[in-house]
Ligand binder design. Sequence first.
Ligand SMILES: *[C@@H]1O[C@H](CO)[C@@H](O)[C@H](O)[C@H]1NC(C)=O
Ligand SMILES: *[C@@H]1O[C@H](CO)[C@@H](O)[C@H](O)[C@H]1NC(C)=O
Ligand SMILES: *[C@@H]1O[C@H](CO)[C@@H](O)[C@H](O)[C@H]1NC(C)=O
Ligand SMILES: [Zn+2]
Length: 464
Amino acid sequence: MGEPSKSSNIYKYCTGRMMYINVAVCLSVLLLVIGLSVGLTVRPFKGRDALDSAPLIDGHNDLPYNLYGKLNNKLSDYPFESDLTHDDVWGKTACSTCYTDLPRLKAGKVGGQFWVAYVSCSSQYKDSVQLTLRQIDVIRRFVERYPANLQFITAAEDIEPTWRSGKIASMIGVEGGHSLDSSLAILRLYYDLGVRYVTLTHTCNTPWADASPMDDGYVYNLTEFGQTVVYEMNRIGMLVDLSHVSHNVMRDVLAITRAPVIFSHSSAFSVCGHYRNVPDDVLHLVKKNNGIVMVNFYSEFVNCNSSRNATMEDVIKHINHIRNLIGVDHVGIGGDYDGVGSMPVGLDDVSKYPNLFDRLYESREGEPTWTKEDLEKLAGRNFIRVFQAVEAVRDSLKSESPREDVITGNELYIAQKREGLNPGSCQSAIEWNDVNTTDIEQSVSLSTITNKARVYRSLEVEGC
Ligand SMILES: *[C@@H]1O[C@H](CO)[C@@H](O)[C@H](O)[C@H]1NC(C)=O
Ligand SMILES: *[C@@H]1O[C@H](CO)[C@@H](O)[C@H](O)[C@H]1NC(C)=O
Ligand SMILES: *[C@@H]1O[C@H](CO)[C@@H](O)[C@H](O)[C@H]1NC(C)=O
Ligand SMILES: [Zn+2]
């Protein structure tokens, strides 16, 4: 037999006659032994634990576009509840833009998600509205199909209770002003269907706002009609999303919006000078506006060095840059999973968010210190604050009437002409009756700008 353990010695000592004399000593020693053994079983705080005390809300996931592209939205053929990492259709080998399924969303501790209704720029001036409606429909059916795990929500106050009940608070964003077809009526109806953000452009200019490929150049910037779109979004409580717009449009919108804005999936331009990222002067405006930049993970936006692959460390740099420049209240997460073909090593799919939070909490030399509260803000509390502020602006504007502005036929004509299209060939709305080609020829030089306007269309589609 071996020697009796130290703790049994203490036990004997404390139950013996000496107890009367040494009661205080005995109690202290016993408490110390208990304290040490408890201490050993309690894990120290890890960054991921912040995702148990606040919802992780991701600003941008394009799974609905994969549902369209692969299944023409036939949800019955989509095995969402299986781990699809190595699936023949949905796995990473078969599909370069597939990163999402229910088991991995759960492993990733995702508590809130904007599912994106995106349609290609080649549908602009054609069937963009009806294609967008299909995507809104598929998102709503998708969420309804998994009631134990997803719940459709349209108000900021519903995010946290939904997440606490173990479901992913599911929201809809429309990505690209071309989905509005320059119509405030369509904007309002999207809101009624449950859409809560509209990204003002995708990669194509609209007749009223320039897209990011224009960078610091311009065709339109934000036109007067574009301003009206923003005002109407403020009035109805639609979040204005400035990801994808040109840097000039970012500045123009921030100068006039009556509510905080979001960037649903954009990173920092001074860390990686890609035109989709947000320049520092705009970051300062976002702080003044009380808005949020939800950092995009896409390899090409976070790492500008082509001689190496992007890693999670690159994403950390973007998050820390934004935090250092404008504070911890204005940064969030917008991974862009399922929208892009390459993700950084370490953030390979939607199960990896917790690793990012663990790493941020390590706060290495030269990095800001992330407290639990800071990580909760990054995860979701900042976004909820912005969403609530947008709702408060909506409520304060109750007395304002819906705007009845209609974009002019001339603006539509010029935009389509500039892109090399045959103006009005796919459209029949009454505003086309007002087109005055003599005015147009006199007031704008179409030829000089055509290339700039059209070169960025994702597909050249002539006529109808
Ligand atoms: C667009 O904005 C830039 C920068 O403010 C300005 O120089 C340019 O004149 C604007 N162009 C138009 C068409 O509004
Ligand atoms: C780019 O990456 C390579 C390989 O890791 C490295 O040697 C080089 O210093 C990097 N360049 C810059 C500008 O960071
Ligand atoms: C980047 O990753 C790809 C895919 O894993 C790999 O084939 C390639 O060699 C990597 N490139 C560099 C520069 O490490
Ligand atoms: Zn995008």
